[in-house]
Design a protein around this ligand. Structure first.
Ligand code: PMP
Length: 422
């Protein structure tokens, strides 16, 4: 598939050799929730901790210096991986924290003067609008609800059509639109959103843009500078890297104009009892001792993905999605929620089986060693939009095989037999 030697690649992932449910091979189709780490990532973290551990940006000793170099080298490689400058990459805990950081900067009360000409763009008040979409993960929905509650701004959203595409005619942006925040790829439907068009519309009214790239950066080549986006967020644990580390990307001049989020050590320029001034980005947004070995691990993960090649990762996962869509189409009573055409989607496939609750399908699959996610996948409004309480979701990574897709399809057939709906 896509010229990948998946068998060889799988040998890099220790967890894939284990069995589950009384000796069945693990068929892991839940990488959209969290992915597994190759030996190269595990080794990078271990070597760092065994050889170079120290507090970064502090201390005059060799270990502190080596730790700082490893941390900053990871930042540079991660920045290059997504087409950004190192100064535009802020380490956060995950996508959720990265989005909250921007939402926090946009509350009127926290906007400071003197941080640069762009500062006004973060001011928000009654009558202003934040625009999102109906398919967002709660991480890109609840922070904006909360921001609107705090500031009196209004939350609006693009709706989704029956095929799971964004309905670009459902709302118009206005001169009061301050920010348009949207997923690059839906974590449920697999829909890839029209980033260029959304950026064009946002820029036409002077709004900022934020891309939730949690489900795109791990699966396709993404060049944030070329996309023209202002902010983007993604998580290490979904891209073969460690948990506890994520990234907020922000255009340099915007980060420079933003007030800090957490305050304390490491993010200051000068501190007096009467008040403090803050370091330039990205340090301004990295208060306290950061997640150092995790950053090093994420650096190793992007090295790994780069060595495989993101074009090949993407093609491989799309081929698996095609096989899944075709396989499910052969099973009576199965309805895929989301676009059918590979032109419009990535490798995440959500479906319902008529007459069987998603949790029951998940149970039958789990008994056969097939790990999928069931439920609303932190996208409750989207499920409401499709009139379903829950879906079964299969999501892929570079280590999945066509045989595993076959195991999924067989499992869905078995669920129908077990529950007597065939
Ligand atoms: N956005 C999307 C599209 C996601 O799929 C997820 C994770 N399921 C998140 C945001 C949140 O990521 P995290 O839990 O790593 O913060």
């Amino acid at each position: 598939l896509a010229g990948l030697d998946v068998g060889k690649l799988r040998a890099d992932f220790p967890i894939l050799t284990r069995t589950v449910r009384d000796g069945r091979p693990l068929v892991y189709l839940d990488s959209g929730a969290t992915s597994h780490r190759p030996r190269q990532v595990l080794d990078a973290e271990r070597t760092f901790l065994e050889q170079h551990n120290g507090a970064v940006h502090r201390g005059a000793h060799q270990l502190a210096e080596e730790a700082t170099d490893a941390y900053e080298s990871a930042r540079s490689r991660i920045a290059a991986f997504v087409g950004a400058d190192p100064g535009e990459v802020v380490f956060t805990k995950n996508t959720t924290e990265a989005i909250n950081l921007v939402a926090y900067a946009m509350s009127n009360s926290s906007v400071r003067t003197g941080l640069g000409p762009e500062t006004e763009r973060f001011a928000l008040g009654p009558g202003d609008e934040i625009v999102i979409t109906e398919l967002e993960h709660h991480a890109n929905l609840v922070p904006w609800q909360e921001l609107c509650r705090r500031t009196g701004a209004t939350l609006r959203w693009y709706s989704v059509d029956d095929e799971g595409r964004l309905d670009l005619d459902s709302i118009e942006l206005t001169e009061r639109t301050k920010l348009v925040a949207f997923a690059h790829q839906s974590n449920v439907l697999g829909t890839v959103l029209p980033v260029a068009e959304l950026v064009r519309r946002a820029q036409a009214v002077g709004a900022l843009t934020l891309l939730d790239a949690a489900q795109s950066v791990p699966h396709m080549p993404v060049h944030l500078t070329n996309l023209g986006i202002d902010f983007a967020a993604f998580s290490g644990h979904k891209m073969l890297g460690p948990s506890g580390i994520g990234v907020l990307y922000g255009r340099a001049e915007l980060l420079a104009a933003m007030p800090p989020f957490l305050t304390g050590g490491s993010m200051i320029e000068l501190v007096r009892m009467e008040g403090s001034t803050y370091a330039p980005p990205p340090q301004r947004f990295e208060a306290g001792v950061p997640m150092t070995s995790q950053a090093v691990g994420l650096g190793a993960a992007v090295d790994y993905l780069s060595a495989v090649g993101m074009d090949r990762v993407h093609a491989h996962e799309l081929a698996l999605a095609r096989a899944t869509l075709d396989g499910l189409a052969e099973v009576p009573g199965v309805r895929v929620v989301g676009p059918r055409s590979l032109e419009e989607r990535g490798g995440t496939v959500a479906f319902v089986v008529d007459g069987i609750h998603a949790h029951d399908v998940g149970q039958v699959l789990d008994d056969r060693g097939v790990a999928v996610r069931v439920g609303h996948h932190c996208a409750w409004p989207l499920h409401r939009r499709f009139g379903v309480a829950a879906t079964v979701r299969a999501s892929f990574a570079v280590y999945n095989t066509p045989d595993e897709v076959g195991a999924l399809i067989d499992g869905v057939r078995a669920a129908r037999e077990f529950f007597g709906v065939s």
